[in-house]
Design a protein around this ligand. Structure first.
Ligand code: URA
Length: 198
């Protein structure tokens, strides 16, 4: 159904547009289901992702799966998961502006082909790739913004941040993430309902 996505994935698998191609083990393109509803954009592959060729498969990814499950969403059925850049930066440092720029056309192609109605900007690297703002994720998370192709975008905490802040107290990052996920699930359910009544 999304043959063009397969073509892009093939192209990226041999990409040499930036120096990360020299240190990567595998290009990490996406996981989950290609669909026109829900996309999550993370930061960059880490060690486990680089070894397995899939995004969010390490500790942060396992927490992400649990968070999705807590509102009845799953990687297998509901969501397309990708990253701002497709190759692992050494020592898991933040991607540089030139690496983000080199990789941008691939991310843009993923969005253009799928046209997801909801885009989750997971963490500050994804946030700053789409929003030119001095405000950080703590200020912007949980709010809807207009995104590409008429989508709604919501910045959310990165699961790595939640691993470092395990409290579930009311008002804690984990608790806020839970509120955001409930809001996201509501919007997602509404898309499905509208689709069935169209
Ligand atoms: N963190 C990310 O942002 N993406 C991954 O794929 C893994 C960890």
């Amino acid at each position: 159904m999304y043959e063009e996505l397969d073509l892009i994935q093939k192209e990226v698998s041999t990409c040499t547009k930036c120096p990360l191609c020299q240190s990567r083990h595998t290009v990490v393109f996406s996981d989950g289901v290609p669909n026109n509803k829900l996309m999550l954009i993370g930061e960059a592959p880490g060690y486990n992702e680089d070894m397995q060729g899939k995004p969010f498969v390490g500790r942060a990814g396992q927490l992400l799966d649990k968070i999705l499950e807590s509102v009845g969403l799953s990687r297998e059925k509901d969501i397309y998961i990708c990253n701002t850049i497709k190759c692992r930066p050494p020592e898991n440092r933040d991607p540089s502006p030139s690496e983000k720029e080199a990789c941008r056309s691939y991310l843009d192609a993923q969005i253009r082909i799928l046209k997801p109605k909801i885009i989750l900007l997971c963490g500050k690297v994804a946030l700053t790739s789409f929003m030119n703002t001095p405000l950080g994720i703590s200020k912007l998370r949980g709010q809807w913004f207009d995104g590409p192709y008429g989508s709604k975008m919501m910045p959310i905490f990165h699961p790595s941040y939640l691993l470092r802040n395990p409290s579930k107290e009311v008002g804690s990052p984990k608790w806020l993430m839970w509120q955001d996920m409930k809001e996201i699930k509501k919007a997602y359910d509404l898309l499905n309902e509208t689709e069935h009544t169209e």
